[in-house]
Ligand binder design. Structure first.
Ligand code: DX5
Ligand code: ZN
Length: 233
């Protein structure tokens, strides 16, 4: 396990006041800013693209964790690098040449992530783990904020944890969708180390309290047998 990180998703922010909303979560102690990019093809929703990411860059020192929910994401890798993304995550289901796309992300100076929808098996990432800095498991079907956490994904989190702990580069395991006070501890207990939270942070009366609550719940995770078996150092 790496240290737990909290990544508020701006999908649930007020898009008319994005700079202020971002400052709010930065002061709240967030580790990453999770930016959801949707194209209306890979998912049934459209959000923002590189120009908005570039505009936000000058307003924030947070690590920009950009989650591309777009078809053929390889087309836009250079644009997101130019816009100031720090971590660029593509869906395995959306690119024909996952290996090539992940290498391109790193070539452009970003950390590379691969995301899987709830129904996509882990085997699709098995041979690219040395090329990634994080694996994102969707814990809802992508496209919208505020959906219910899918408990069916919990065993998949635990299985991925075991795979990642065998890798020398120790990629992070990010979970995305339906993460809040009730589900954060479940996800972390299963092995997640980056928690994306949209509505649980931006929908809360006080974002700083929401971030602190998530971090506290995540910290309550008890080590289990698999941690001991897989511990490397
Ligand atoms: C969903 C997005 C998520 C979303 C999470 O497709 O990838 O990042 O914003 O929102 P919550 O935390 O409200 O489920
Ligand atoms: Zn996301």
């Amino acid at each position: 396990m790496n240290a737990i990180k909290i990544a508020p998703s701006i999908l649930s922010a007020d898009f008319g006041r994005l700079a202020e909303e971002i400052a709010k979560v930065e002061h709240a102690g967030a580790d990453y800013l999770h930016i959801d990019v949707m194209d209306g093809h890979f998912v049934p929703n459209i959000t923002i693209g590189p120009p908005v990411v570039a505009a936000l860059r000058s307003h924030s020192a947070l690590i920009f964790d950009v989650h591309l929910m777009i078809e053929a994401p390889e087309r836009f890798v250079p644009d997101f690098a130019e816009a100031g993304a720090d971590i660029l995550t593509v869906h395995a289901e959306a690119t024909r040449h996952l290996d090539r796309t992940l290498r391109l992300i790193r070539e452009k100076g970003m950390r590379a992530g691969v995301a899987l929808n709830p129904a996509t098996p882990l085997s699709i990432v098995e041979y690219v783990l040395p090329l990634v800095d994080q694996v994102l498991l969707m814990t809802v079907n992508p496209g919208f904020g505020g959906q219910r956490f899918l408990a069916e994904v919990v065993p998949k989190i635990a299985n991925l944890r075991q795979l990642l702990d065998r890798e020398d580069n120790r990629p992070d395991l990010e979970v995305d969708g339906g993460i809040g006070p009730e589900t954060a501890a479940i996800a972390v207990a299963a092995g997640a180390d980056v928690l994306v939270a949209g509505s649980a942070v931006f929908g809360a009366p006080d974002a700083a309290v929401a971030v602190r609550v998530l971090r506290t719940l995540a910290g309550r995770r008890q080590p289990d047998e698999s941690d001991i078996v897989n511990k490397k150092d």
